[in-house]
Ligand binder design. Structure first.
Ligand code: GDP
Length: 265
């Protein structure tokens, strides 16, 4: 689990409450089937991705404390859309959650898969406000080939610190303690390959059923878009040193980039 950021004078319990209060305020904003339909806002986005059935909708709904928020993505016609949710004060939203369709669902027509593969890979590699990715992986399966393809897609932006990564090993309630530790270690070994001194990569066992990891996840996501003053100063100094704005286009978005996962082949 990546270390949650804490405001200097905020007790841990208060920070969790603040973070959960923030995720509970998520509300549906819009849906898009193409990148050019996404809002032009510069609000930081946190994308939720994972294989179909990994537990993504349940996790988002648990974070938002709303039974059906993420199930909008399930309604016919919306299965291949990016659904955006807004967080923060109603009149001053500060973050967007982007729910990307689950991959690996066999019953999708090939042409639709290919089209969606392109949208997803463009979103993850090029979308400028993308601030962090939450990857849901079934704790009993670990990273599948499709998950590894997704990791390869975002690796350049994760490695240079532009995009943060949090992996949720979902349905952890189905594992005993020993199995949970094994699942965690196996996934950690994969992620270690993509960690650099600039990257912010975290992992946690998660259960929407018994709320294991819920507070930590909310805190981590809140910390991503609400850095404490010391961190802001550090990134400002970094920007000054390099003489560059942080608002750069994603590196690694080249023709040679790996394709987004779509379906089991
Ligand atoms: P998605 O396709 O990734 O959005 O997956 P869903 O959120 O729809 O979950 C897929 C299935 O896993 C559903 O039957 C859920 O009830 C179940 N599920 C999701 N989260 C949990 C969990 O934390 N524990 C258990 N035991 N089942 C879960």
């Amino acid at each position: 689990m990546s270390k949650p950021t804490r405001a200097a004078n905020t007790a841990p319990g208060d920070r969790t409450k603040t973070a959960l209060g923030w995720t509970h305020g998520a509300r549906f904003l819009t849906t898009a089937s193409r990148l050019d339909q996404l809002p032009g806002s510069e609000l930081p986005e946190i994308a939720f991705v994972g294989r179909s059935n990994a537990g993504k909708s349940t996790a988002i709904n648990q974070l938002a404390q709303q039974k059906r928020l993420a199930f909008a993505s399930r309604t016919p016609g919306r299965t291949q859309h990016i659904n955006l949710f807004e967080l923060g004060p109603k009149d001053a939203a500060d973050t967007l959650f982007a729910d990307l369709p689950g991959y690996g669902y066999a019953a999708v027509e090939r042409s639709a898969k290919l089209r969606w593969q392109q949208v997803m890979s463009d979103y993850l590699q090029l979308r400028r406000p993308l601030h962090g990715v939450v990857l849901m992986v079934d704790s009993r399966l670990g990273f599948t080939d499709l998950d590894r393809r997704l990791l390869a897609l975002i690796e350049p932006r994760v490695a240079n610190g532009e995009v943060r990564l949090l992996v949720l090993l979902t349905k952890a309630d189905k594992l005993n303690r020993n199995e949970g530790q094994k699942s965690l270690m196996a996934a950690q070994a994969v992620l270690a390959e993509m960690s650099t001194e600039n990257s912010d990569v975290g992992i946690t066992l998660f259960s929407a059923l018994n709320k294991q990891g819920l507070g930590d996840v909310a805190e981590t996501l809140y910390g991503w878009t609400h850095p404490e003053p010391a961190e802001l100063q550090a990134s400002a100094d970094e920007g000054a040193d390099e003489g560059a704005d942080v608002d750069t286009e994603a590196p690694g978005a080249s023709e040679a980039s790996p394709a987004a996962p779509t379906a089991e082949s």
